[in-house]
Write a protein that binds this ligand. Structure first.
Ligand SMILES: Nc1ncnc2c1ncn2[C@@H]1O[C@H](COP(=O)(O)OP(=O)(O)OP(=O)(O)O)[C@@H](O)[C@H]1O
Ligand SMILES: [Mg+2]
Length: 493
């Protein structure tokens, strides 16, 4: 008997068909994956189950009872917990307050010592240590995700939904999460797990349902299916090659030298060389200080370094100055730093590049703007209704593509990319790799942080490894190995 049954679910948003016809059954004691391209409808479906959206048509049956007009609080009280793809924490509140927010009927009767203690015990039982009195705004995004998980588990849960939890976690946190999910499953919890990482789904889940254009196309037993077949089910074709052909040979021997870069995490300043035409990868564990290196280089911390580009000195400035100097950055945290959610897709793409489309009196050529934006949308296969819709109306992976499009539009001289394909489906990921490689081939200096080991090794020409904010080693393409990189990252060599 399935715990949850969905029948013929439909959901439209002002003309956009998010869900056409979805059928799904999830049983107690299974981990059920939901797989589908960006915009296929996964998050929308989860929000229908959690009561954040009401379905336009169809039936939800939970523990043999129809869930008619559900709401987040009704579904929560029935034991349905969800970890949303875009975080739902309140940044100004502490970790403990976030975990227990809305639990007591009256805030003033809450015993804070007790709450802090409970939050600590809960996090500890999940295998994590986070200062529960700290404001959420101070946490890294991996830590925020852990707090989301703790929050979802702070009350009795029968059905747990995780919408791309792994996108912001590192290897170590992910391993702990898997242990946790398996033990919940063994205690009879039903789990729905969404991820674009097929290896994860194959390792963790019992069954997989594939969603395509708002329809459930097939449910398979994980043990019976191969990675290639999954890709074909999902995107309707197989991918012959995930990573582009490499033909890097230093272009004209040109270089950028970064000397004595002081970052927030490094005790000693660090130095780096970028070669023209090369993709330099930065490897390391979550929290090792990789993002801080990119942030510092982009002038986010008001810090110093000597930067020499093709023998000319450049002053490291604030981000605005760096953008003017031809630097671009695709940040890790797209919600906070990458895009402006209430603004339109069009504005998000053309914002940094108004110079190209405005005349000498500063008027924007709207037709030209549209044309350029449309080309980029097609090139990156971004799934949108209209380019005037707000960025917020796009699925997570499509938001990521918009942010990439914005930087392609600027055509920077140096591009810093932090987790370029976070939340992006496999088909589109291959496209993005091709685009990044093309940029490098055209002579753009590329510095990339990635926690995805395949991506790091598949796309980089050279990798430097960061631990505790310091560069502790460097590998050439011929020496890439997951084991060596992990050993170096852990400090176990
Ligand atoms: N609030 C909204 N307003 C308008 N359209 C929406 C809204 N939420 C979702 N959509 C649209 O519904 C469709 C499905 O989006 P959804 O977020 O469910 O996709 P997804 O499968 O979760 O994709 P991803 O893998 O990128 O997270 C998309 O076309 C999206 O633009
Ligand atoms: Mg989604």
């Amino acid at each position: 008997m399935p715990m949850l049954k969905l029948r013929h679910i439909k959901k439209y948003f002002a003309g956009v068909k998010a869900l056409e016809d979805v059928n799904l059954e999830v049983t107690s004691g299974e981990i059920h994956a939901l797989l589908g391209e960006n915009g296929a409808g996964k998050s929308t479906l989860m929000k229908v189950i959690s009561g954040a959206h009401l379905a336009d048509e169809g039936e939800i049956i939970f523990e043999n009872k129809p869930l008619l007009k559900t709401s987040p609080s009704i579904s929560k009280s029935l034991g349905i917990s969800i970890i949303y793809q875009e975080f739902s924490l309140v940044e100004d509140l502490s970790v403990a307050e976030n975990i227990y927010l809305g639990k007591g009927s009256s805030m003033k009767w809450l015993n804070w010592n007790h709450i802090n203690k409970s939050a600590e015990v809960l996090l500890h039982s999940l295998g994590f240590q986070i200062n529960v009195r700290q404001k959420v705004a101070k946490l890294s995004i991996a830590e925020q995700q852990i707090v989301e998980i703790a929050k979802a588990l702070s009350s009795d849960v029968k059905l747990l939904i995780l919408d791309e939890p792994s996108a912001v976690l590192g290897t170590a946190e992910l391993a702990k999460l898997f242990v946790l999910l398996r033990s919940l499953r063994d205690r009879g919890v039903a789990i729905i797990y969404i991820s674009h990482h097929l290896d994860e789904l194959l390792e963790l889940t019992d069954r997989i349902t594939v969603l395509k254009d708002g329809r459930s196309v097939e449910t398979v037993f994980t043990k019976d299916i191969s990675k290639d077949d999954l890709v074909t089910l999902m995107i309707g074709r197989s991918i012959s090659q995930m990573y582009p052909q490499k033909r890097y040979t230093a272009l004209d021997g040109k270089q950028i030298q970064i000397n004595n870069l002081q970052t927030v995490m490094s005790v000693e300043p660090i130095s780096l060389i970028l070669n023209k035409g090369e993709i330099l990868g930065i490897g390391g564990l979550v929290g090792a200080g990789r993002t801080e290196i990119l942030d510092s280089l982009f002038g986010n911390y008001n810090n110093r370094a000597e930067i020499i580009i093709d023998n000319k000195k450049m002053v490291l400035r604030h981000p605005k100055g760096m953008i003017e100097g031809g630097w671009g950055m695709v940040p890790e945290d797209r919600k906070r730093l990458g895009g402006i959610l209430p603004m339109s897709i069009k504005e998000n793409i053309s914002l940094t590049n108004l110079g190209k489309i405005s005349n000498r009196w500063g008027f924007i050529n709207l037709r030209k703007e549209k044309e350029i934006v449309l080309q980029l949308i097609q090139k990156l296969q971004i799934k949108i209704g209209s380019m005037d819709d707000p960025l917020a109306s796009l699925s997570g992976g499509n938001q990521q593509k918009v942010i990439l499009a914005k930087w392609l539009n600027v055509a920077p001289q140096v591009l810093l990319v932090d987790e370029p394909t976070r939340g992006v489906d496999v088909g589109a990921r291959a496209e993005i790799y091709t685009i990044i490689q093309e940029l490098a081939d055209q002579g753009v200096y590329i510095l990339m942080v990635s926690s995805d080991m395949d991506e790091l090794m598949g796309l980089s020409d050279r990798i430097v490894i960061v631990r505790k904010g310091q560069l502790i080693g460097e590998l050439q393409k011929s020496d890439f190995s997951e084991e060596i990189i992990l050993r170096m990252a852990l400090g176990a060599n």
